[in-house]
Write a protein of this length. Structure first.
Length: 213
């Protein structure tokens, strides 16, 4: 089943502009060496990611020193924020050309697929799992489920997760939350600037269910 099912009637807001994840099959097809270099040189992109990371920390509400896994860390803009705010953070990204820049900043990062967390990490390894601007690349509901199961696997018993991403519609956003709830989480949607489409930023704020081990 497609996560973005055009046969269903969408409800609520819907993004009208076409984004790269709708054109390209996967992030490696979009993020060529040239595109990565443009990303690295973009001060606006860096500031936007840093702002999102600070908001994620606010919503995550974990004490300094907690162990975080940063999914889709890219060149390390968000990872660096978590590190500078006192967290023990490991970044994960599938693109080696992105991670090269993160490593140049001496950040702890590893290459891997966010849909394969259970294979990459031991159970209960992290206090928190965070992600900025990555989940929109997942095209299938089954992929969202794999991420949810993986996050559940790597989180400690009372672990938390905050996922910021850019869904195509409010329906897709609610469906993503529903998938996480079916796979071991309690949680809610937090929307900043809900009435200003160009500034709207959405977050899934999740807590591992206490009956999960």
């Amino acid at each position: 089943m497609k996560w973005r099912n055009s046969d269903r009637k969408n409800k609520g807001w819907k993004v009208k502009i076409v984004r790269p994840e709708e054109i390209y099959e996967s992030p490696d097809k979009y993020y060529t060496s040239e595109e990565v270099e443009k990303y690295v040189r973009s001060g606006g992109m860096r500031r936007a990611q840093q702002k999102i990371a600070l908001r994620i920390l606010q919503l995550l509400n974990l004490k300094e020193g907690s162990k975080l896994l940063d999914l889709g860390c890219g060149v390390g803009y968000t990872t660096e924020v978590y590190l500078n705010n006192g967290f023990d953070v490991l970044g994960l990204d599938i693109l080696p050309q992105m991670l090269r820049h993160a490593k140049e900043k001496a950040l702890k990062v590893v290459q891997g697929d966010i849909c394969g967390l259970s294979e990459l990490f031991s159970k209960g390894k992290f206090d928190g799992v965070v992600s900025a601007s990555a989940l929109q690349w997942l095209k299938e509901e089954s992929d969202i489920k794999e991420v949810a199961l993986g996050v559940n696997h790597v989180l400690k018993k009372e672990g938390k997760s905050v996922m910021q991403f850019y869904p195509k519609s409010e329906e897709d956003l609610k469906n993503a939350l529903k998938i996480f709830k079916k796979n071991g989480f309690e949680g809610e949607i937090v929307t900043d600037n809900p009435d200003i489409p160009k500034k709207r930023v959405v977050y899934l704020v999740l807590r591992k269910r206490q009956n999960e081990i």
